[in-house]
Ligand binder design. Structure first.
Ligand SMILES: O=C(O)c1ccccc1NCC(=O)[C@H](O)[C@H](O)COP(=O)(O)O
Length: 215
C-alpha cells in the first residue's frame, strides 16, 4: 500500500514521517495554500530524505516552464497536478519531464466525474481522487463518497485522498480498493504542522489492517 503524506513544511517532520513508513511526501507549490513552501525550502528538505521515497511537488494551474524550473531547482521526483489541467497538458508535461512521475488529481463531485478518468490514464503514472470543495483545491479534510468508488478500477494505479484520518482509514479501505492513500489535514495540528503521533497511529492501523486482510 502506497502512503503519501502531503503538505510538509518542516524538514524534521518530513524525515520522521519518512522513517515511519511513508512512501511519498508532498510539498505544496501553490502560493495561495497555507502549506505553501518555496523552492529553496523544498530543496533543503529533499536533501535530507532517503533516496527511495517519492518527493512530490503539488501544483495547480502552473505552466510547464514553471513546473520544470521548480523540479530542476529542488530534486522533486514526482509532480502532482491538482488543478483543472487537461489530458493534453499532462501529455506535454510528460514530454518535457520524461523522468518525472506524474500524478493527476481529480476532485470528484459525483460519479459522472469519473467518466473523464480514461482520458488521462495514458499520460500519467498515477491518478489521485480527492473530494470536491467549492472554494479550496485541496487539504480540505472533506471525504469523498466512498460508495461511488466501490467498483472503481482504472487502468492505472490510483490513490484515495480526501479527509482520511487514522480513525476512518480502515473503514475506507474495507470499502474501496485503491493502490494507496494520501493524507494531509487528518494528521495535522494546524496547516503544515504534522502531528507525528497521528502519523504513527495511522501506520499502526494500516499494519493491523494488512495483517487481518492476509488472514
Ligand atoms: O493541501 C493543500 O493546501 C493544497 C492546496 C492546493 C492544492 C492541493 C493541496 N493539497 C493536495 C493534497 O494532495 C492533499 O493531501 C489532499 O487534498 C487531501 O487533503 P486532506 O483532505 O486534508 O487529507
Amino acid at each position: 500500500m502506497r502512503v503519501k503524506i502531503c503538505g510538509l513544511i518542516q524538514a524534521e517532520q518530513a524525515v520522521a514521517i519518512a522513517n515511519l513508513g511513508a512512501t511519498a511526501l508532498g510539498f505544496i507549490c501553490v502560493p495561495a495554500s497555507p502549506r505553501y513552501v518555496t523552492s529553496e525550502e523544498i530543496r533543503e528538505i529533499v536533501a535530507q530524505l532517503p533516496e527511495n521515497i517519492d518527493k512530490v511537488g503539488v501544483f495547480a494551474h502552473s505552466s510547464i516552464p514553471e513546473i520544470s524550473q521548480i523540479v530542476r531547482d529542488t530534486g522533486l521526483t514526482c509532480v502532482q497536478l491538482h488543478g483543472d489541467e487537461s489530458p493534453e497538458f499532462c501529455s506535454l508535461l510528460r514530454e518535457s519531464l520524461p523522468n518525472i512521475q506524474i500524478i493527476k488529481a481529480l476532485r470528484v463531485r459525483s460519479i459522472e466525474h469519473l467518466a473523464q478518468v480514461s482520458d488521462y490514464t495514458k499520460y500519467i503514472d498515477t491518478l489521485l481522487l480527492d473530494a470536491y470543495h467549492p472554494q479550496q483545491l485541496g487539504g480540505t479534510g472533506q471525504t469523498l463518497d466512498w460508495q461511488i468508488l466501490e467498483q472503481f478500477q482504472p487502468s492505472c494505479p490510483w490513490l484515495l485522498a480526501g479527509g482520511l484520518t487514522p480513525d476512518n482509514v480502515v473503514t475506507a479501505l474495507n470499502q474501496v480498493k485503491p493502490d494507496g492513500i494520501d493524507l494531509s489535514s487528518g494528521v495535522e495540528i494546524q496547516p503544515g504542522d504534522k502531528d507525528l503521533n497521528k502519523v504513527a497511529l495511522l501506520f499502526e492501523k494500516l499494519g493491523k489492517w494488512k495483517a487481518l486482510s492476509l488472514e
